[in-house]
Design a protein around this ligand. Sequence first.
Ligand SMILES: [Zn+2]
Length: 390
Amino acid sequence: MAARRADPPARGGLTGSGHGDSVEQVLALLIRTPSVNPLLAPGEGDGEVAVAAVIRDWLTARGVEAWLEEAAPGRPNVMARIGTGGPVLLLCGHIDTVSAAGMSEPFEPVVRDGRMHGRGSYDMKSGVAAMMMVLARLARRPAAGTVLAAFVVDEEFASAGAFAVAARHRGDACILTEPSDERLVLAHKGFVWLELETTGVPAHGSRWDVGRSAVADMGRIIVALDEFDRTVLRTRSHPLTGPASLHCAMVSGGDGWSTFAPRCTLRVERRTIPGESAADAVAELTALVSGIVADAIVRTVLERAPLECPPEEAVARCLAAAITAAGGNAEPTGVAYWMDAAVFAAAGIPAVNYGVTGAGAHAADEWVELGSVERVAAVIEAAARAYATH
Ligand SMILES: [Zn+2]
């Protein structure tokens, strides 16, 4: 089938009544409004503001209360609410994308064989479009409870948007809509970034009797960490996410060819599984490292928690029932990468993830199945109606 440009917005565009809106039109509108994360690609960024305004205006025109809240200066989340009583179901998706470098027409969506191509089509303007469709449908035919939607900035860098929402708003449960190939994600891994530092005794390269190389010390630590990863962490596994792991990511040290290296630093990433805390992981590595080089320093630079939602949580049950009713696969699954879901779980809000089918997240050819966006919107709407009366 020939490729074609995506359909323009329905008559009336942003301010139309919304009755003619298709998933294709809504998603194309979002892709045509670039929102590359400004901290990831400073030359391409500043579009989070524009896409936030588009989402707010589209929702407002369809009878949904919507407003902007700054997560950081010049970086607005869009918040939207429908309903007032009952339990509060939080929907969350991110509006930023990764860089579009290397793509020929990243912001001109093309439809081919039922797939829409373009930057953000899969990760994750598709999930954002599904959330918008759900809100518009709930505005036309209200549910008993409250749905609070958060369209957040900065997921691709430091999750400033999700942290701002978790700090300011309460929900009784959260559905995140990152792409998941229409699988119900109840677990994902966390991670810890650590920086290790060894200190040598600097001396002229000829002075073996005085000098001690910080690089050689770090070398022994690297060998031990690699061994620890293969023999200990790989045996520590979670049924939905797979095993814990670590890798030595970046190393630098030394001052010159003929100088015993005074200092060496190593950046390590440790991926944690549900049940492991960052503090435990750091303590374990610190003990290992100090057993090899007593004065080595271990610093924690960044930590993100893993996610685990029990399948008996109401939000997981409502979503599983809606997936099954739509003919999908409701068997819970887990993913190895990190998502914003853990931010809400850490705030005491049970969180799950369910999103579209496609491919090419962070790649040059990114696409989503348009039929999948429609199915995800229908399933989330049904789950929201069921959750309101659970
Ligand atoms: Zn994403």
